[in-house]
Design a protein around this ligand. Sequence first.
Ligand code: IPD
Ligand code: CA
Length: 286
Amino acid sequence: MENVNKEPYVVGGKSYTAVAINTAAKTGQWIKSKLGDFNSIDVKYSSQDLVTEVDKGSEKMIRKLIMTHFPQHSFLGEEGVEPGPAASALALQNVSHAEYLWIVDPIDGTTNFIHGFPFYTVSIALAYKGEVIVGVVYDPSSDELFVAEKGKGAYVHGKKMQVSADDKLSNSLIATGFPSDRNTALPINLKGIQSIAPKVRNIRSAGSAALHLAYVADGRLSGFWEIGLNSWDIAAGALLIQESGGTITDTEGKPYSLAVRNVIGSNTLIHGELQQELSAAEATGF
Ligand code: IPD
Ligand code: CA
């Protein structure tokens, strides 16, 4: 029979969230199977900004799985973008008019993956007209899948997440990162660490921004901040936090958008105090 339908075949009947969950879980398990079994470590923007063939393979797998269901959607993934802050910002700008945009970090915590340190994730977000509506962060080491849908809450292992009740920095556990951009972002973040560390219960820095944000959503951390992140590090975690009663802004306290690179995510209660301390330390990155 003649094929009159020129449209590509699209697998129907799956929700955005179901596709994000299946994709993250499947890819995460594959990444875990490659622990200690990769050939190349390449340097990107700095000698601390690394990529392996597993990052690239993971992104390819994620793109394929998502595009099977939603071929008309746009896709922004870390490994499809030239390294460095300027290229990341430009890549985001280039897709800013997309109606549906998938924002993907195929391995957040590449350094951890390389060293076999079990704190790395797959982060997948879907934005509709610039607003994140689905966020999934999957940690294959602990087999924990964090998922949020706009307006419907956020869940881990089927349990609804809720941010912590810590109401002061002094009884808070805060996380941050050591950005791989040594020249600009790292010195600013170090200023923040110097100022915040004495004021909080303690600081953690385990090497995956996306997973730290998920931990804020589940109340395991009171807050997180970092200078110089990319949209794919933050997007899924931002929705997890919002849907768990938390707050996510830039380091000046302005509302979160996909373009935010200097971020604070918190349980809401300590947000102002954390923001003010970073401002006072001139560590907001602005
Ligand atoms: C990195 C991680 C790390 C953060 C860096 C990010 P990558 O992402 O999120 O925790 O400190 O700033 O670049 O390179 O592992 O995808
Ligand atoms: Ca990342």
